[in-house]
Ligand binder design. Structure first.
Ligand code: UD1
Ligand code: CA
Length: 457
């Protein structure tokens, strides 16, 4: 399938490697599905891929393929998946994409599903370097080169990459390392990959053999460098936790740079796709799950949790509010403490200020929902909608048993259990009538005290 939005002079096919087992995560969940910034690791790689407006994205899956393919399809519906049934190495993994690219002419760029911090600028720099060299490898100066592949350069030319396991002592002393990302003409790379063998310490087909193979054919390879932070790969839970800290630190700085006010930025958790407008204010200890947009000038008060929702300008959320997927909060609306909103549209200036659950509902402009109101949306099998008009006054502790509607400017008496539609302008009272018994409270207490005293004696 082709990307409908592709716009490059040289078409690009991105191959995302996601087949590895990720043994060091010690998890049943495939590594590409572990979350960073509220979304699976592979979402970060797909977002980086997307910045290239590629003609094709091919995800190579293997370990946990069904789950990884499902997530990839959700995140990038036109991406293709191909299975690597045995994980025989990075070169073998890229080669699995070859049958899908027989008619493709353009560049191939290899990304890893477990390397989430690659920036669009770095990918653009790799593309730019392609003008001068047949193969471009992304490298970095490693503080601790350890198990990384080493880049053996002669001036600008990359002669070869040697894996740590196969390196001589002199080669291991090289600190310029391979990030794993590589770009080149697709047909050339796939042809060269056909010549890669597995006679090495790991017994694997190494993608990293390509620069040396290219040289033998009179082609050239080079390396461009990026900061080590960008090439950070996730191999263990400790590394994932470190990556989350790095991710949050960067997102908070981005938010501040784009004009978002935060009292205690170190306590605010963002997701990969959180969007917050200029002059919005976020108080301490707010958590953003995926899919949240907050317009300019809205205020998210302390200890609120938001996911899959939209908050319009001037609205105030929290403290202690929970907005779940499908919550759409209108301009200047108020969602107060211990209020949960799910799959519901809250109209302009409407107020749900205390201790309420609003789910599968629509609340018109200017309506006021009293404390403790519940939309009883679930009958144990199906969900039903509650539709509330404009300028409605819902009394405290009203149960709205859906499906039900309240017309414009209607009211409910507090404590009502509303099971039938209420017409516009109507007051609905749906509770037992009060009966007062003068003196009975005192007589009752006297009797109870006498019983208690009798038991002691
Ligand atoms: C690889 C590079 C090394 C580089 C390092 C950077 C090779 C031979 N080595 O080593 O030079 O410094 O990355 O992190 O390329 N994968 C598959 N199928 C496979 C094997 C791997 O899809 O058969 C995927 C993994 O899921 C992972 C990526 O490829 O996303 C890298 O594989 P990994 O085994 O982590 O490579 P390294 O040994 O770290
Ligand atoms: Ca790795």
């Amino acid at each position: 399938m082709n990307n409908p939005e592709t716009g490059n002079a040289t078409p690009i096919a991105v191959v995302v490697l996601a087949a590895g087992q990720g043994t060091r995560m010690n998890s049943d969940l495939p590594k590409p599905l572990h979350k960073l910034g509220g979304v699976p690791l592979i979402a970060h790689a797909l977002a980086a891929a997307g910045s290239l407006t590629p003609a094709r994205i091919i995800v190579v899956t293997g370990h946990g393929a069904d789950a990884v393919e499902k997530t990839a399809a959700d995140l990038a519906p036109w991406a293709e998946c191909v299975r690597q049934h045995e994980q025989l190495g990075t070169g073998h993994a890229v080669l699995q994409a070859a049958p899908l690219l027989t008619d493709f002419s353009g560049d191939l760029i290899v990304l890893y599903a477990d390397t989430p911090f690659i920036t669009p600028e770095t990918l653009a720099a790799m593309q730019a370097a392609r003008a001068r060299h047949d193969i471009v490898v992304l490298g970095f100066e490693a503080a601790d080169p350890g198990r990384y592949g080493r880049l053996i350069l002669d001036g600008e030319r990359l002669l070869r990459i040697v894996e740590a396991k196969d390196a001589s002592a002199a080669e291991r002393a090289v600190t310029l390392c391979n990030s794993g990302l590589m770009a080149g003409d697709a047909a050339t790379m796939l042809r060269l990959l056909g010549a890669v063998g597995n006679h090495n310490a790991a017994g694997e087909y190494y993608l990293t053999d390509l620069p040396a193979l290219a040289m033998r054919e009179g082609l050239t390879a080079t390396a461009i460098l990026c900061p080590e932070e960008e090439t950070l790969g996730i191999n263990s839970r400790a590394e994932l936790a470190q990556a989350e800290i790095a991710f949050q630190t960067a997102r908070r700085a981005d938010m501040q740079a784009s004009g978002v006010a935060m009292q205690a930025p170190e306590t605010v958790i963002f997701a990969q796709d959180t969007w917050v407008g200029r002059d919005a204010e976020i108080e301490a200890h707010v958590v953003f799950g995926p899919g949240v947009t907050v317009e300019s000038g809205a205020r998210i008060r302390a200890f609120s949790h938001l996911e899959g929702c939209h908050v319009s300008a001037g609205a105030v959320i929290g403290p202690y509010a929970r907005l779940r997927p499908g919550a759409e909060i209108g301009n200047d609306a108020r969602i107060g403490n211990f209020v949960e909103v799910k799959e519901a549209q809250i109209g302009e200036g409407a107020k749900v200020n205390h201790l309420s659950y609003i789910g599968d509902a629509e609340i018109g402009d200017g309506s006021n929902i009293g404390a403790g109101t519940i939309t009883c949306n679930y009958d144990g099998v199906m969900k039903h909608r509650t539709v509330i008009g404009r300028d409605v006054f819902v009394g405290s502790n009203t149960m709205l048993v859906a499906p039900v509607s309240l017309g414009d400017q209607s009211m409910t008496a507090s404590g009502s259990v509303i099971t039938e539609d209420v017409a516009p302008g109507t007051l609905a009272l749906a509770r037992a009538k009060q009966v007062n018994k003068p003196g009975l409270a005192i007589r009752l207490m006297e009797r109870l005290r006498a019983i208690k005293a009798g038991k002691k004696g």
